[in-house]
Design a binder for this molecule. Structure first.
Ligand code: SF4
Length: 339
């Protein structure tokens, strides 16, 4: 049995188990040249639209994955969720949950970063890295119980108690990510925002870390917001999935539905990049073209320069995200790509 406070289900939770509500969230950055220089060059202001009008909700104990290519705005969205970035518009709202001590309160949110080595202080022993949040938050009354808790956490993530005495450089990439997870759990976090947590790891090590995360979710009732550029990474752990392109969701819904029957041409292309061991000879369309600049997105549908199905309307009329069966899709021809 793990020594992590389980989140207790309460009567109100059964009717409404949403823990995070995001409504109309946008994040824009002013990347204009200095005012004086713009005055001489007559350059207009340049606004980078990292995230545009994104809405979604995450239920307790589930995984909501956001997938898109580099620069699509998914990491900015993750930073908004953990409070490292303020939204320019919209609301991000964590709902109270009932904790093991019976009190209602907002979930404890922690972030797990892509590069575990950069996020671990190389001068600190692993035991101190994991113990720091316990001391800061005063989660244990004394040194002995803190040390005991650190040992427990290292075992929970598949390391040994004696690893507390070693430094981060003595560990492999996968082990370092386990240390990052142990440190996040040390805060008694309920909600983990995982920004490409396995993309710096070998494929076999990736699978081990993902399996660990799935086990911890099952045993501790954790909720994940999982960010990735790789659909195959999130395939087996997502409950809900959103595909992001140039700051907007272009398709969102239950993961199994999106994987089984992608409606947006971009989702289709992302799926085509995943090797299929059962059908190694299937026709696969390569991903072509670059993601356009979010400072000057294409008019109409922002995906039209890369879309094999683009028609005249797509070049002038931006599609809205609309329900289509069990998913929401932003396309004038939803489902046509699959056909
Ligand atoms: Fe392609 Fe048009 Fe759909 Fe955009 S709206 S994804 S360009 S078919």
């Amino acid at each position: 049995m793990l020594d992590q406070p389980a989140i207790l289900a309460s009567a109100e939770d059964k009717t409404d188990d949403v823990v995070l509500d995001v409504s109309g969230a946008s994040c824009r950055f002013d990347v204009s040249a200095p005012a004086l220089s713009r005055l001489f060059s007559k350059e207009p202001r340049r606004i980078l639209r990292a995230v545009e009008n994104v809405s979604f909700s995450v239920k307790r104990g589930t995984t909501f994955s956001i997938v898109g290519e580099s620069g699509c705005g998914k990491s900015t969205l993750a930073r908004m969720v953990v409070g490292l970035q303020h939204p320019t518009e919209g609301v991000l709202n964590f709902r109270d949950i009932r904790r093991a001590d019976g009190r209602l309160g907002p979930p404890r949110v922690q972030m797990i970063f892509q590069d575990p080595y950069a996020s671990l202080n190389p001068r600190w022993r692993v035991g101190d890295i994991v113990a720091e949040p316990i001391r800061e938050l005063k989660l244990r009354p004394d040194k002995a119980s803190t040390t005991e808790r650190v040992g427990d956490l290292l075992e929970i993530v598949g390391l040994s108690r004696s690893d507390a005495a070693r430094y981060p450089h003595a560990f492999s990439g996968g082990q370092r990510q386990r240390i990052s997870i142990a440190r996040a759990l040390a805060t008694e976090a309920d909600f983990l925002v995982c920004d490409e947590p396995t993309s710096a790891l070998d494929v076999s090590v990736q699978a081990q870390v993902l399996n660990l995360m799935v086990r911890l979710q099952r045993e501790l009732g954790l909720t994940y917001l999982f960010i990735s550029h790789n659909l195959s990474v999130v395939r087996h752990m997502s409950d809900q999935l959103a595909i992001m392109y140039l700051g907007r969701f272009v398709e969102a819904g239950p993961a199994e539905t999106v994987f089984a029957d992608p409606k947006h041409p971009y989702t289709r292309l992302l799926l085509d990049t995943i090797p299929d061991v059962e059908r190694p000879n299937r026709a696969r369309r390569p991903m072509s073209g670059e993601v356009p600049s979010p400072i000057a997105p294409p008019p109409g549908c922002s995906f039209h320069p890369r879309c094999g199905m683009a028609m005249d309307r797509c070049r002038v009329d931006p599609p809205e995200l609309r329900p289509h069966g069990r998913v929401a899709v932003s396309c004038h021809l939803p489902g046509a790509a699959a056909a």
